[in-house]
Design a protein around this ligand. Structure first.
Ligand SMILES: [Zn+2]
Length: 310
């Protein structure tokens, strides 16, 4: 038998025995000052009422703490090969799928997975996790088939996925989805941010614009989108459109999650932005959806990032 399975079996048996002991104790306690069970010790509490101490609590089987710990997926050849070949989906598959990948990373059991690597689908950028390097730029770019003027590009695989998302939304009767703002360079963000700060001051500027090097848009994986049913709307109205509702419900099938949702501002550091879709790839988006997650921070068991660190 796999040593890990053996270990879990012992722990399970131990927990079961402990549970039975606890239930025994409850049952005895509810009997008040009744006679002690055959195996119980009898003690007097300060009020003079006899309390029965459960015997089971002193007879647990020992847990084998020296048992082999869970193996490191990063030590496995398929994971190493997938990491070397560069395909993010292949890496996730080598871990055993999105849920297994997430579980290993969240448990701190995947040292080969760097959540700060901006070239990977699993990168997490927030106010406490700037891009590394700060001036990072993607190496591949693609233009979605449908975009508004000045929208820019996305990383090529994200652009292709957005095309599929838009076509599926249209086919479902919710209207197509166009890119309104994609990749933004570090230099662009410097200009945008400094302009906001100059006009509105530090606090208001921080609320309106991400600091340079802290915007998810710099990864090329973030897409601010609009609904195009007839004419195209703007990003602020997207959440109230049929396409917005469709994307929130079905975006995961194309590798996208809604990154900033209502109720999670203390975790993400951003007010809800139904228009801001983040590409994480289909395997991870599927695990995110199936697990009921609403923030990438919680998905990977990272600290909340309500504010900048400095
Ligand atoms: Zn955005």
């Amino acid at each position: 038998m796999d040593p890990r399975v053996t270990f879990r079996l012992y722990v399970t048996i131990g927990l079961a025995v402990a549970l039975i002991g606890a239930l025994w104790a409850l049952a005895d306690g509810s009997a008040g000052s009744g006679p002690a069970g055959p195996a119980g010790q009898v003690k007097a509490d300060p009020k003079g009422v006899e309390v029965t101490m459960p015997q089971a609590a002193t007879s647990l089987p020992s847990v084998q703490l020296h048992a082999t710990p869970a193996s490191n997926p990063c030590a496995q050849t398929p994971v190493q090969q997938a990491l070397a070949s560069g395909g993010d989906d292949a890496v996730v598959a080598a871990f055993g799928g999105g849920a297994a990948f997430r579980a290993a990373v969240a448990a701190g059991n995947a040292p080969c997975i760097d959540l700060s690597d901006p070239n990977r689908d699993w990168v997490v950028v927030n106010k406490a996790r700037p891009l590394n390097p700060l001036t990072f730029a993607p190496t591949s770019f693609g233009d979605p088939a449908l975009s508004v003027s000045g929208a820019g590009s996305l990383r090529s695989d994200a652009a292709h996925a957005l095309d599929q998302l838009s076509a599926a939304s249209d086919a479902a009767g919710a209207g197509s989805i166009a890119l309104a703002s994609g990749y933004r360079s570090y230099e662009t963000q410097v200009q945008t941010y400094s302009g906001q700060i100059a006009t509105y001051g530090q606090a208001q500027g921080d609320a309106l614009s991400a600091r340079p090097g802290h915007s998810e848009h710099q990864t090329g994986l973030a897409a601010d989108v609009v609904s195009c049913a007839g004419g195209c709307g703007d990003i602020d109205s997207f959440g109230g459109t049929a396409a917005g509702a469709w994307a929130a419900e079905n975006g995961w099938q194309y590798g996208f999650i809604v990154r900033y949702v209502a109720g999670q501002t203390p975790v993400t550091g951003y007010d809800p932005e139904p228009w801001h879709l983040r590409y994480v790839g289909v395997p991870l988006a599927t695990a995110y959806h199936d697990g009921g997650f609403t923030t990438l921070e919680q998905f990977f068991a990272l600290a909340a990032a309500p504010a900048y660190l400095g």
